[in-house]
Design a protein around this ligand. Structure first.
Ligand code: ADP
Ligand code: MG
Ligand code: ZN
Length: 483
């Protein structure tokens, strides 16, 4: 990118999966009829008083502990004032200069094209603070806008990352890592399309070693792919400006996925003065060490730890392991399948292959996959034991399992798919094929090793596609060596 280095920092808004809203007892759930989940507090009626949700605090603590941040024993809430139709109070309650969670870091796979080497890089977090969400405006046809306040007052954890990312790829890796973490912690449902996990990206360019340049904030990034595309586009745009000697303006831009470009929304000069001041209706938030220890004791095994364990204990590739850890449900399915089938590598291959393909085709998650790990393990184990070939397993048994034709064993028996693994029978076939092809046999002895594949193919064919290829290779090698 013509001598420039990209500098990126992400601000992520995580909607917390609490039962009730941040400062009132209204239910925190999506899909309810518009404005049915509201009360005087979240409607901002005069005289209504907020009360802090302890569950939201525990969820923020869980994130803080998972990233090894400094938990602040005392933090305060502030009012951030602005006017918008979906903000009935006229201000948002958010945290002030000191956040509940300060610092911490996340290890992500570095981008070798900018780091000069493969391997993890450590991205620092600036802070994570609690705040409340606004409602939602629905812009209807005929110039009508409707406001739904069910989301007003839903708890958010804003996680502000340091400007430590150096490419669009690193930004999407950071987001994936953070997403895996909040879902595994059980604090967020992780639904990007519904906006439960939202990201704003700040990006600037500089010549390496120089001070940071002017940053642009890109909004409306609701998929990992959009983050990558939008940042790649924005980096090119800024490089183009700087290359022509023009300044980059400090502004907010939105990603237009259809046009494949970012568009100016507002300049920072026009940004509002929020007139922050301490929220008089809420006392400072004090955290006892007993509370911290209780949350620490309840943390699950973290995804990064799990990924490392699978690589070390099961010999999986890092990318494979990361994909398997995409959600707690997927990870749990993998663990059970690996245990029941007795082969972690086989379990991983099936999940990343046929199972993922089926999920994509049907547009469902692993939660809705029709086969239990028990049922799939039967099939994985048959392939591992070489009772059936992988091809037969994939093309015949797996589809039959999916439509409920019985257990893998029963399907293999009914369709007569078991491989011939009787050495005597295979030796007979090999002898027959060698006798029928004296030319190739002589050529192999003369050093033309590439003809072995031809002979293996002839034996498999003679066996009607039901002989174990590994055993055929073994017998054939023996015969050729001793002939
Ligand atoms: P604001 O209050 O305007 O949002 P912050 O200081 O909170 O500003 O920074 C917001 C985000 O911008 C952080 O994620 C940070 O990493 C990122 N950031 C700050 N400076 C730069 C820069 N020069 N280039 C890219 N990102 C930056
Ligand atoms: Mg900010
Ligand atoms: Zn309410």
């Amino acid at each position: 990118m013509s001598g420039y280095e990209a500098v990126i920092g992400l601000e992520v808004h995580v909607q917390l999966r609490t039962r009730s809203k941040m400062f009132c007892a209204c239910a925190n759930r999506v899909g309810a009829p518009p404005n049915s989940q509201t009360c005087p507090v979240c409607l901002g009626l005069p005289g209504a008083l907020p009360a802090l949700n302890a569950e939201a605090v525990r969820m923020a603590l869980a994130l803080g502990l998972a990233v090894e941040a400094r938990i602040q024993p005392r933090s305060t809430f502030y009012r951030k004032q602005y006017f918008y139709p979906d903000l009935p109070k006229g201000y948002q309650i958010t945290q002030g200069p000191v956040a509940l969670v300060e610092g911490g870091d996340l290890d992500i796979p570095g981008d070798p094209t900018v780091r000069g080497a493969t391997g993890p890089v450590r991205i620092r977090l600036e802070r994570a603070h609690l705040e409340e969400d606004a409602g939602k405006s629905h812009h209807e046809a005929e110039g009508q806008s409707l406001v739904d306040l069910n989301r007003a007052g839903v708890p958010l954890l804003e996680i502000v990352g340091a400007p430590d990312l150096r490419s669009a790829l690193e930004a999407s890796e950071y987001l994936k890592t953070l997403h895996r973490l909040v879902v595994a912690l059980g604090i967020c449902d992780g639904n990007l399309e519904d906006g439960s996990f939202r990201c704003d990206a700040n990006v600037s360019l500089r010549r390496s070693g120089e001070a940071f340049g002017t940053r642009v904030e890109v909004k409306n990034l609701n998929s990992f792919r959009f983050v990558r595309q939008a940042l790649d586009h924005e980096i090119q745009r800024q490089a183009g400006l700087l290359g022509q000697g023009q300044p980059v303006l400090m502004e907010t831009r939105g990603w237009d996925a259809l046009a494949g470009e970012t568009r100016a929304q507002r300049t920072k000069e026009a940004a509002m003065d929020y007139r922050y001041f301490p929220e008089p209706d809420l006392p400072p938030l004090s955290i006892e060490s007993t509370e911290i220890e209780a949350v620490r004791a309840s943390l699950p095994e973290l995804p990064e730890r799990q990924i490392q364990r699978w690589v070390e204990v099961h010999g999986l590739g890092l990318d494979e392991a990361r994909t398997l850890a995409q959600s707690p449900a997927f990870a749990a399915y993998f663990e059970t399948l690996a245990r029941l089938s007795g082969t972690a590598r086989g379990a991983a291959a099936w999940l990343l292959g046929e199972v993922s393909r089926t999920l994509n085709e049907r547009g469902i998650g692993i939660e809705a996959f029709p086969l239990s790990p028990e049922s799939l393990a039967g099939l994985v184990a048959l392939v591992e034991a070489r009772t059936i070939s992988f091809g037969a397993a994939k093309d015949q048994v797996f589809p039959a399992l999916l439509v409920g034709e019985g257990s893998a064993d029963a399907i293999v028996a009914a369709k007569g798919l078991a491989q011939v693994r009787d050495r005597g029978a295979i030796e007979a076939l090999v002898a027959q094929v060698l006798a029928a092809h004296p030319g190739p046999v002589a050529q192999i002895k003369g050093g033309k090793d590439s003809l072995r594949g031809f002979l293996v193919g002839q034996v498999l064919k003679a066996g009607g596609g039901k002989v174990d290829p590994a055993l055929v290779q073994e017998v054939l090698s023996d015969r050729l060596a001793n002939a």
